[in-house]
Ligand binder design. Structure first.
Ligand code: UD1
Ligand code: UDP
Length: 378
């Protein structure tokens, strides 16, 4: 039996690793599966673990309020040393571009253990955007033995960097597996579940025709960027009184402070705490427009047929750009307002565009990844 150790620490990694963990568990006769969470995030990670019913075997519990990159990277590197010694896995799976992913890959490499990199090959080729994620994923690629690329474009990025083609597997992104799973669950949940999470905004979600869903957390947008974003949202809300903006605010204080300071008094802006995944999926499906700087939402929204304005100057997910579903607007106040108004002031039919579920995957990425691990010589 192959021994697989899956390591992750933040909300998006947990959502995207969950389908793999569930697939490994389903094939318990072929794999001995261990889960280690670093808890780079705490509350936002636990929400996902609860939703996907994942019980970690190890929890490094590293999160500190106001942690910096040194705290996270050293906490993971030192914390994982004992886990690797205890489990002695055949392979360590890491995801994407967080500091947890890079530090866990480095720890496995030091221990002479093979590394599988999920969501490999996304690139902007600008180490400052997104920061530090572009560096984290490039560094992880140098250490990985197996590269699970979500799309043909990400495979080409890896080949360009000299990764042997035989080590790259195009599987689709596991976020689409997770999204489909959550979407099915959402349909089975009673309405009251959503009402309790949204508080006084619940009624608005049900009755409003035009909802704008917003998220934001990128480090490079802290400071002036977030102030511009908030001012743009205020202008959109005030010039479109029929529109309601729902904004689940990330727990980082660098985000919460400007967002609450600048937006809490605006009547049609609804600030709520981070939502459980199924609730967020429900809201994406209900929205007319999504405005975000998130990576994962750029993949999910087009699969739900939703338009996205991305508050970044460049993206490592170019696939959706060419379809027109996703548009880069940076953190320029005027650009955000103009592009949002174009969509909000047009016909309601414009809120839903043609679904293209195949852009980032077909919902079977985890199955394909686990098959590769099963057949690999470790
Ligand atoms: C991290 C990742 C980023 C990813 C994002 C997803 C790095 C360097 N950054 O950024 O790639 O896109 O997660 O959201 O790996 N906090 C809480 N509770 C939580 C989560 C966060 O209180 O459950 C607060 C804490 O004060 C923490 C701070 O947010 O110190 C920042 O968390 P951190 O993981 O360092 O950075 P993110 O901006 O969340
Ligand atoms: N998400 C969620 N609840 C929220 C906001 C986002 O479950 O309140 C999900 C979202 O659907 C996506 C992921 O969290 O799958 C994105 O996480 P985040 O934006 O924090 O990180 P990124 O994708 O930018 O790394």
């Amino acid at each position: 039996m192959k021994k697989v150790l899956t390591v992750f620490g933040t909300r998006p990694e947990a959502i995207k690793m969950a389908p793999i963990i569930r697939e490994l568990a389903r094939r318990a006769d072929e794999f001995s599966s261990f889960v280690c969470v670093t808890a780079q995030h705490r509350e936002m990670l636990d929400q996902v673990l609860d939703f996907f019913q994942i019980m970690p075997d190890f929890d490094l519990n590293i999160m500190k309020k106001g942690q910096d990159l040194y705290d996270v990277t050293s906490g993971v590197l030192l914390g994982i040393r004992g886990v690797l010694k205890q489990v002695e896995p055949d392979i360590v799976l890491v995801h994407g571009d967080t500091s947890t992913s890079f530090a866990a890959a480095l720890a496995a490499f030091y221990a002479g253990i093979k590394v599988g990199h999920i969501e490999a090959g996304l690139r902007t080729r600008n180490l400052k955007a997104p920061f530090p994620e572009e560096a984290n994923r490039q560094l992880t690629a140098r250490l990985a033995d197996f590269h699970f690329a979500p799309t043909a474009t990400s495979k080409q990025n890896l080949i360009f960097e000299g990764i042997p083609e035989s080590r790259i597997f195009v599987t689709g992104n596991t976020v689409i597996d997770a999204l489909f799973w959550a979407r099915n669950r959402v349909m089975m949940l009673p309405q009251s579940v959503f009402s309790s999470a949204l508080g006084r905004s619940a009624e608005v979600v049900e009755s409003s025709e035009k909802i704008v869903l917003v998220t934001g957390h990128r480090r490079e947008n802290f400071g002036a960027g977030f102030i511009n974003i908030c001012e743009a949202l205020k202008e959109i809300a005030q010039s479109n009184p029929d529109v309601h903006i729902i904004y689940p605010v990330h727990m980082n204080e660098n985000v919460r402070k400007p967002v609450y300071d600048l937006l809490k008094e605006v009547t049609n802006v609804h600030l709520v705490d981070p939502l459980e995944y199924s609730q967020f999926v429900y809201l994406m499906a209900k929205s007319c427009l999504i405005i975000t700087d998130s990576g994962g939402i750029q993949e999910e929204a087009p699969s739900l047929g939703k338009r996205v304005l991305v508050m970044r100057d460049m993206t490592e997910r170019p696939e959706a750009l060419s379809t027109g579903l996703v548009k880069l607007v940076g953190t320029n106040r005027k650009k955000i307002v103009t592009e949002a108004n174009k969509i909000l002031n047009s016909d309601i039919g414009n809120c839903l565009v043609k679904e293209d579920a195949k852009l980032y995957g077909d919902g079977r990425a985890a199955f394909k990844i686990v098959n590769v691990i099963n057949e690999a010589e470790l």
